[in-house]
Structure formats: structure tokens, C-alpha cells
Design a protein around this ligand. Structure first.
Ligand SMILES: Cc1cc2nc3c(=O)[nH]c(=O)nc-3n(C[C@H](O)[C@H](O)[C@H](O)COP(=O)(O)O)c2cc1C
Length: 201
């Protein structure tokens, strides 16, 4: 089949596009408002888009609290979600009013960050302390309106639990990183293989 997302002519009950651009990592974003209020919410329109310098992005469907906080204070932390945090991550995605601390709602403790004000999730295996570099409202061709705004930030500090390292490398199968698929589906990364890049001679 072939369809054009603009025309929504896929003939299915759900557009399969998000199930095809998958798995997507989940950035569990902690942020702080100008008033000092703390926020935590998951974003699967999230990824690392440069490694020199390291830049990550998340994209907000409308002006959600995380976006507002980054606009106000310019900082955020990406907590990296593993399978054991699945339910807490999901609990923190409820649509609480601005000012409600989702750490408390999801029974999570806050661990202070080193370089930025928003705290990280205590017990998380990895967290990226970021400073915002750019906030870009998105649009399609011919100015087709999008409700999304992309937040980009440079990773200033990285927390890694050394227990997840094996021979100095991140031991992915033991980590069970959580990822978003389409619909209400998730995956955890458990099967991993290595592949060398081709060398032209
Ligand atoms: C796994 C997962 C991924 C999500 N990804 C996004 C996303 O990429 N963009 C978005 O706007 N909302 C996303 N959401 C919904 C937000 O987490 C939810 O709207 C939340 O209440 C936003 O919180 P905030 O207003 O405190 O930022 C996601 C929810 C879940 C459970």
C-alpha cells in the first residue's frame, strides 16, 4: 500500500507511521519553572542529533509544562528510561496541572544535578544534564501548521551508573533500555549484535 499522511488515506484504524519510525528512545525530561516548581514527563519524540557537541532534542505537542519550563529557565535533564522504570515513567505522563511535581505523583525521589537546577530521577542508570540551545516551532511544507515545538539542548554533563558498564562499555542487554513503538506498544532492548563498518580498499 501507499498513502500520503496529509490525506490520511491509509484506510487503517490508525496511521502506521509512528509504528514504522520505531523504536524511539524515551527522554524522561525533568525541568524547573522560574518559580522553582519541578516537573517530570516522558517524551518519545526524543533523540540525540549530534555528538560534537552532543545535542539532544525533544518535541512537545503544544505548550506543555516541560517546554514552558525550558523557555523560562533554559535547562533540562533527560533521564534514560529502562524497563524497571516503566510504570513510574507512565505514571508521570498523566496530565497534571502546571506546578504539580510528578516525582511525588510517581513515588520517585529527586537527586540533585551537578551543572543544572532540575534534579534527576534517583536510581536511574543514566541522565543527561542539558542547557537549551534552540527552541523551534515546527511546520510542514507550504507553512502547514504543526502543534509541535522542538527543544534542542547541549548535553553538559552525563551521569552513568558504573554498574551498567562491562569492560568499560555500556552493557546494553543488561540495561533493558525502554523504547516506544506505535500504538500503545513498548519494547525493551535485550537482543544486541555487533557489526563492523565496511572498509573500502
Ligand atoms: C512513552 C511516552 C512518550 C511520550 N512522548 C511525547 C512526546 O514526544 N511529545 C509530547 O508532547 N508528549 C509526549 N507524551 C505525553 C506527555 O508525557 C504528557 O502529555 C505529559 O503530561 C506532558 O507533561 P508536561 O506538561 O509536564 O511536560 C508521551 C507520553 C508517554 C507515556
Amino acid at each position: 500500500m501507499f498513502y500520503e499522511p496529509r490525506l490520511r488515506n491509509h484506510g487503517l484504524s490508525h496511521d502506521p507511521l509512528k509504528a514504522l519510525v520505531a523504536p524511539r528512545p524515551i527522554g524522561w525530561i525533568s525541568s524547573m519553572g522560574a518559580d522553582g516548581s519541578i516537573n517530570l514527563a516522558p517524551y518519545s519524540f526524543f533523540n540525540m542529533v549530534s555528538d560534537r557537541p552532543p545535542i539532544v532534542m525533544f518535541s512537545s505537542d503544544g505548550k506543555k509544562d516541560s517546554l514552558r519550563n525550558v523557555e523560562e529557565t533554559g535547562e533540562f535533564v533527560c533521564n534514560i528510561v529502562t524497563r524497571d522504570f516503566t510504570h513510574a515513567m507512565n505514571a508521570s505522563s498523566a496530565n497534571y496541572p502546571r506546578g504539580v511535581n510528578e516525582f511525588e505523583k510517581a513515588n520517585l525521589a529527586m537527586e540533585p544535578s551537578r551543572l543544572v537546577k532540575p534534579p534527576r530521577v534517583q536510581g536511574i542508570v543514566a541522565a543527561l544534564e542539558c542547557r537549551m540551545t534552540d527552541i523551534r516551532p515546527l511546520s510542514g511544507l507550504e507553512g502547514l501548521a504543526s502543534p509541535y515545538t522542538m527543544v534542542l539542548g547541549e548535553v553538559m554533563g552525563v551521569h552513568v551508573d558504573e554498574n551498567i558498564l562491562k569492560n568499560g562499555r555500556v552493557d546494553a542487554p543488561n540495561l533493558a533500555l525502554l523504547a516506544r513503538l506505535g500504538y500503545m506498544d513498548y519494547a525493551s532492548v535485550e537482543s544486541v549484535f555487533s557489526l563492523e563498518r565496511p572498509v573500502l580498499t
